[in-house]
Design a protein around this ligand. Structure first.
Ligand SMILES: Nc1ncnc2c1ncn2[C@@H]1O[C@H](COP(=O)(O)OP(=O)(O)O)[C@@H](O)[C@H]1O
Ligand SMILES: [Mg+2]
Ligand SMILES: [Zn+2]
Length: 241
């Protein structure tokens, strides 16, 4: 039992004239812990913070970190989301998770969602032997005050994938909810509207999620470039050769 409040969750404000009370620290930290537990941040990223994100070697990463840190500190003054674009392994998910954790300490209901996993779960829900319905899978994604949609575009595009991305992004857009997105795909129009460059070019965000959702993203999010080398040691070693 908490020695400060005896378990009530309230304590008297020291020196207050009219026995003013405030939330005890124990209540606040219990609330943060339950928000963190509900945030679904994968164990692999549980320790990611702004302070353990290394930027010495790369000013571009320092700018990205400062941008996310400021954004998390000022939320909810500006509810515009963030779109983190950069190659694999530069720490996009690390930074986005750090922001998510910062928000939970402010009492925000924030949630991690892996794009590939989400699409898999939705597809599973069509199987009659699976208990969860499509709506049950989607409800947390529709309702989270702040959603991190991680690795957008990681699933090979199809009509169904495009429709599903539209469903998710439009729901959040219409409800005016904040979304943080990370993606390995560089920004650019889909081949359908970029016929001049269609031949042997790298796939773009437009190709992966469709042109309509690409422009919707830019209404929902501010672009943050995360440009650097793959941080993971085995990849760095491979780059030396
Ligand atoms: N600048 C960095 N400082 C510390 N750790 C980093 C940094 N960049 C990446 N990492 C770590 O490397 C791993 C891969 O990063 P991740 O965020 O998954 O990259 P991305 O999402 O861009 O593919 C993670 O364990 C992450 O914590
Ligand atoms: Mg990632
Ligand atoms: Zn207490």
């Amino acid at each position: 039992m908490c020695p400060l409040c005896g378990g009530s969750g309230w304590r008297q404000v020291i020196g207050s004239a009219n026995q003013q009370v405030t939330r005890c620290n124990c209540f606040v930290s219990a609330q943060v812990n339950s928000l963190l537990a509900a945030s679904d941040i994968p164990a692999r990223y549980a320790a990611c913070t702004f302070s353990n994100y290394k930027t010495e070697s790369n000013p571009a990463l320092a700018v990205a970190r400062i941008t996310l840190e400021k954004w998390a500190n000022q939320y909810p003054l500006d509810r515009t989301g963030l779109l983190l674009i950069g190659p694999s392994g530069v720490g996009k998910t690390h930074l986005a998770v750090a922001a998510l954790k910062e928000l939970t300490t402010k009492g925000v209901h924030a949630r991690f969602c892996d794009y590939r996993e989400l699409l898999k779960q939705i597809q599973n829900s069509y199987n009659p032997s699976v208990q969860a319905t499509e709506l049950e899978v989607l409800r947390p994604v529709f309702e989270a005050e702040v959603l991190l949609l991680d690795d957008l575009g990681a699933v090979k595009p199809s009509e169904w994938v495009w429709d599903t991305v539209s469903l998710v992004l439009n729901a959040r857009y219409n409800a005016n909810l904040t979304t943080i997105i990370t993606t390995n795909f560089m920004d650019g129009p889909s081949a359908a509207v970029d016929s001049a460059r269609r031949a042997n070019r790298e796939e773009t965000l437009g190709d992966r999620i469709g042109e309509r959702m690409r422009s919707r993203l830019f209404e929902m999010c501010r672009l943050v470039q995360v440009q650097g080398r793959d941080y993971r040691p085995n990849f760095r070693a491979a780059n030396l050769r």
